[in-house]
Design a protein around this ligand. Sequence first.
Ligand code: ADP
Length: 396
Amino acid sequence: MLRVGLTGGIGAGKSTVARRLIERGAHLADADAIAREVVAPGEPALAEIADRFGGGVIAADGTLDRAALGAIVFRDEAARRDLEAITHPRIAERTSQIAASTPDGAVFVHDMPLLVEKDLASSYHLVVVVHADEQIRVQRVIARGSTEQDARARIAAQADDEARRDAADVWLENHGDEEDLRAEVDRLWDERLVPFAHNLWHRTRVRRPERVELVTDPTWAATGVRLAARVAAALRERALRVDHIGSTAVPGLAAKDVIDLQVAVRSLDDADAPDFIEALARAGYPRVAGVDADHPKDEQDWPKRFHGGCDPGQVVHVHVREVGSPGWVWALRFRDWLRADGAGRGDYEALKRRIAADETRWARYPEAKEPWFDAVHPRVLAWAEETGWQPPAAGE
Ligand code: ADP
């Protein structure tokens, strides 16, 4: 099942998006609604809250007096932690139940206002952020019955747009009317969520297009950070570190729109363990059989394992290499050299453009670059020597 995190600032249109996703077939866990459900009359959490905070937090009709409870936990950190110790496990359990009841191949959406604030982006396959400018959000919240002061105070207490942007795999602008928003959601559903869920279920990776298109994208760096964190979270102690490598990790360099990640393992035996392969596949990166080495000329093969991403909206290649091995070091050193050396970057881009312009070489794009890599190797080594470059430590 595809796990989608849905978030956005108050008034951005998150609930409107969630409603449309349900209409299209998504299974939804609404974090706010669940937080209310677990403290409804008759629920054990409500009795525990009354025990801990006294009868003053229960209204005359037996429901939770949120204002009274809020006034206590607002100024008392220990009280807030006690409250969370009562409610959080139940919220988590209810959310997991909904996720677990979502069929294989289907789409589970977690409507989670505090996704960014709580740093949860790595626990989803995809994060969708709904966005509208502050002025529009204030107007929408006022139209729903708040005062302007209240609306602005709530917005100020939430994550800012920049933090949301870094967490977003999908950024939905909600500046038109609701019809426009629904059309955007439908496109997202048809073109990305449904095929992603299908690929995940069938363990099908998405290939880059045959035709090599060189582009630049200022969001690649943030995407690399986000996807590396997701892969690291999926593999936990099985990965020593995960790095964004390749051309998309070099700001300003034109490249194919492919995010290359490198997972460092102690030994390739670890990478061949069934639970390693399973963990990456469940995270959306199935193993691709038969891609087991890089082939530098005049040297022994550099063994690796290879996984491809399932998201039709972003091609991802995951190279698994032994920490400290020549192939692992090479990828990091070459990336850092390109980041540091403007002339090197220019030469590399010129090479890529020559290959991309030559139809006969498209299909063999990686191989076509090999002679240049060999030729440039002494330059990269000299740079590393000069600058005292060292590969990063395993646990960083
Ligand atoms: P959130 O869940 O992010 O707080 P909602 O989806 O509840 O936001 O939207 C806030 C309010 O704005 C709702 O009353 C909703 O109907 C309205 N709204 C949402 N999107 C639009 C839009 N594109 N045009 C007009 N009103 C909208």
